[in-house]
Ligand binder design. Structure first.
Ligand SMILES: [Mg+2]
Length: 164
């Protein structure tokens, strides 16, 4: 069971994913989680980082689908204007939404990567489906005020420690 919680690849964020490498390894489709993977919950439309990743995927000829446990209206509004299929209210880690995405894209699990920020939903479900799993750091962890407060505290503590 535990090996299904371990991603094949762990990167800081979507911009650190090497798409050429994925292609070399036979990956032709990428399924994406939305919240905290592409953008934070509060981000209504794709940010510059998400846009550039989506464009890179398109330019690379990858098939793309979004699977989100979020509400349909949230996912639909975020992806408006993009020709990207999605599964909302997905109930990850249940396998059915991953199956639905694979069927929609018409691709096989061994040629598909899944990118998400949560081990117990995204990674667990995708590993059980036999996808290549990529885990990213949750965006809110590094973009919310709480993050900055935490980082400031860490710096303060480190500075203190270094002085002693
Ligand atoms: Mg997420």
């Amino acid at each position: 069971m535990f090996h299904n919680l371990v991603p094949d690849l762990f990167v800081h964020d979507i911009s650190a994913i090497d798409l050429n490498k994925l292609k070399e390894n036979g990956i032709s489709a990428v399924i994406l989680d939305l919240d905290n993977t592409l953008d934070s919950h509060e981000t209504k439309t794709p940010s510059a980082r998400a846009l550039s990743f989506l464009e890179e995927l398109k330019a690379g000829g990858f098939l793309v689908c979004v699977i989100s446990n979020g509400k349909r209206r949230r996912v639909e509004a975020y992806l408006v204007g993009f020709e990207i299929p999605f599964v909302a209210d997905a109930g990850k880690p249940l396998k059915k939404s991953y199956r639905k995405a694979l069927n929609t894209l018409g691709c096989r699990q061994e040629n598909t990567a899944f990118v998400g920020d949560q081990i117990f939903t995204d990674t667990w479900g995708a590993n059980r489906m036999g996808l290549f799993t990529i885990l990213v750091e949750p965006i809110e962890a590094f973009e919310t005020p709480l993050f900055y407060i935490k980082r400031a505290l860490e710096r303060f503590v480190k500075a203190k420690l270094l002085k002693e």
